[in-house]
Each structure stands twice: as structure tokens, then as C-alpha cells.
Design a protein around this ligand. Structure first.
Ligand code: DHB
Ligand code: FE
Length: 288
């Protein structure tokens, strides 16, 4: 059977992608951000997954305001990198895992969660920046990401957004789905977006270090309690775009302890301000 070996949590700031692509990663400002991922890149090489189930949000790139799925699972064989206005990032196309994605869709929908099945989709910085942070920049001649990815898009852009409670329950259903897949795959689940940030209005630039660090503490120690926090508290405390953090609860809900297993091992934790307008948070939890 397939199993979830670890979960990874990281912010997705688009300026991080631009810094990497434009050769600015060595500048002192960006060095402070990237040093938090030195360990992670080594860890990922040593714990290479067969597939990553990557929870992220689309920023009106693949889905416009004309059609807004709350939860969308990418079942395609490949996902082109989106042009977000400056041309597509110079990173490889994302290779999917249609068999596992279809199995997860079947299992999770029969487990009472409505998913939108997506068979054609471009992926934006919400997905490619976490990939770059964790994998580094793939270079020619092997211009490919090191593993297939199932993109799972969550609407945290246009209200109403899903609650943290629902996201946490969905993570549990995704775990049941993966663990009933009849092939011994090592699967990681990544929760991306966050941490505190607000890009618009009078509070633009908002950062809340205390909230963010509390969120990291609770995500590790008591995610069931954290999942009860209403969406309005995210907006008040972490800013309008801080709501992206509900996606971390999908990944956390898929960990073994939530289903009665052992507590995960915290192998890495990092927090840094600033990166563009956002507080960068990053965690790696291993199932033991
Ligand atoms: C920024 C952060 C985001 O999450 C995003 O989607 C766009 C911009 C920023 O910090 O600039
Ligand atoms: Fe964002």
C-alpha cells in the first residue's frame, strides 16, 4: 500500500521565484530567506518521495472569477507552468500521477468531499515557488523536477473560502485515500501559502509574528484545536492573504497521529520576515 512519509509546509511568495530566476539568490536580503531551505533541500534528496501531493492555491491563473472550485484535484499527466504576466518561469513542466490522482478523487468523493476533477491546468507561483525552494533550480541537461506531483488547488482567493476545520477533515480523507492505493509508493503531502500577509487595502503590509509562531506551535502540537479557529480570525490576525494558511491544515490532517498513530517528528522549523510582503514560515514533519 502507499503511505504518507512526511509533510512539508512552506510559504510561496512570487518574488522568491523571481529572485531565483534572475540570479539574485545570493543577495543578502534573499540569502536570509534561502538559508531556511538549505537543510530542506538535503533532506528531500535523502528522503526522495515517489509522489508529492501538493496543496496550493491558484491566483486567478488557471481559474478566473468565472469559475471557482473550492477544491480541485489535478488528474492530468502534465501541468504546464503558467504565464503570470512576465512569461512562464523558466522551470520544468510539472509531471502528474494520473493513476494515484484518480484513485484519490474516487476515494475522497465517496468519503463525502466534493472535489473538482481537473484534466488540464496551468500551475502558477503557488505551486512552482514551493517546488523551487525545496528542490532548487533544475538545470539542463536534466531539466525536470525530481518526482511527479499531484496538484491540489484550494480556493483561498475569492470568498467564501473553506474553513480550517473542513480542510483538516479533508486531509484525513486524503490520508485514507492514499493508504488504500495498492502500490507501495512513498507519498509526501505539502501544505503551502501563508504566513501572515495582506497585499491590499489600508492594512497592506501587515505581518503578525506572534500569530505566526503560535500557529506553528499549534500546528505541531494540537492541530485538531487549531482547526477550530474560524476563518475570520485568520483575516483579522494574519491579514487577508493570511487565510492561505488553512491549506496547511490539509497536510497536517493527513499525518498519522490524527488517525491515532504516533506524533510526527519535527525535523525542521524556520521563520523569517521579510520576503516581499510576506512572513515566510517552513516546517518539515516526518511520520515515525
Ligand atoms: C505576495 C505574496 C503572495 O502570497 C502572493 O500570492 C502574491 C504576492 C507578496 O508577498 O508580495
Ligand atoms: Fe499567495
Amino acid at each position: 500500500m502507499a503511505r504518507i512519509t512526511a509533510s512539508v509546509y512552506t510559504s510561496h511568495v512570487p518574488a522568491i521565484g523571481a529572485a531565483l530566476d534572475l540570479g539574485k539568490a545570493g543577495e543578502p536580503y534573499w540569502q536570509q530567506v534561502f538559508r531556511g531551505y538549505d537543510f530542506s533541500k538535503q533532506w528531500l534528496k535523502a528522503h526522495k518521495p515517489d509522489v508529492v501531493f501538493l496543496v496550493y492555491n491558484d491566483h486567478a491563473t488557471a481559474f478566473s472569477l468565472e469559475m471557482i472550485p473550492t477544491f480541485a484535484i489535478g488528474c492530468a499527466a502534465q501541468f504546464p507552468v503558467a504565464d503570470e504576466g512576465w512569461g512562464p518561469r523558466p522551470v520544468p513542466m510539472v509531471i502528474g500521477h494520473p493513476e494515484l490522482a484518480a484513485h484519490i478523487a474516487q476515494s475522497v468523493i465517496q468519503d463525502d468531499f466534493d472535489l473538482t476533477i481537473v484534466n488540464k491546468m496551468d500551475v502558477d507561483h503557488g505551486l512552482t515557488v514551493p517546488m523551487s525552494l525545496m528542490c532548487g533550480q533544475p538545470a539542463v541537461p536534466h531539466f525536470a523536477w525530481p518526482f511527479p506531483v499531484i496538484p491540489f488547488a484550494v480556493n483561498v482567493v475569492q470568498y467564501p473560502v473553506p474553513s480550517g476545520r473542513r480542510c483538516f477533515m479533508l486531509g484525513q480523507a486524503i490520508r485514507r485515500a492514499i493508504e488504500s492505493y495498492d502500490e507501495p509508493l512513498k507519498v509526501q503531502i505539502w501544505g503551502t501559502g501563508g504566513m501572515s500577509h495582506q497585499l491590499q487595502g489600508p492594512r497592506a503590509g501587515l505581518i503578525n509574528r506572534e500569530f505566526d509562531n503560535n500557529f506553528l506551535d499549534q500546528l505541531i502540537a494540537d492541530p485538531a484545536r487549531l482547526a477550530q479557529m474560524p476563518h475570520i480570525d485568520y483575516v483579522r490576525e494574519a491579514g487577508s492573504e493570511g487565510i492561505e494558511l488553512v491549506m496547511w491544515l490539509i497536510a497536517r490532517g493527513a499525518m498519522a497521529d490524527v488517525a491515532g498513530g504516533a506524533k510526527p517528528k519535527v525535523v525542521h522549523r524556520f521563520y523569517h520576515v521579510p520576503a516581499s510582503n510576506t512572513a515566510v514560515g517552513h516546517l518539515i514533519l516526518e511520520n515515525v
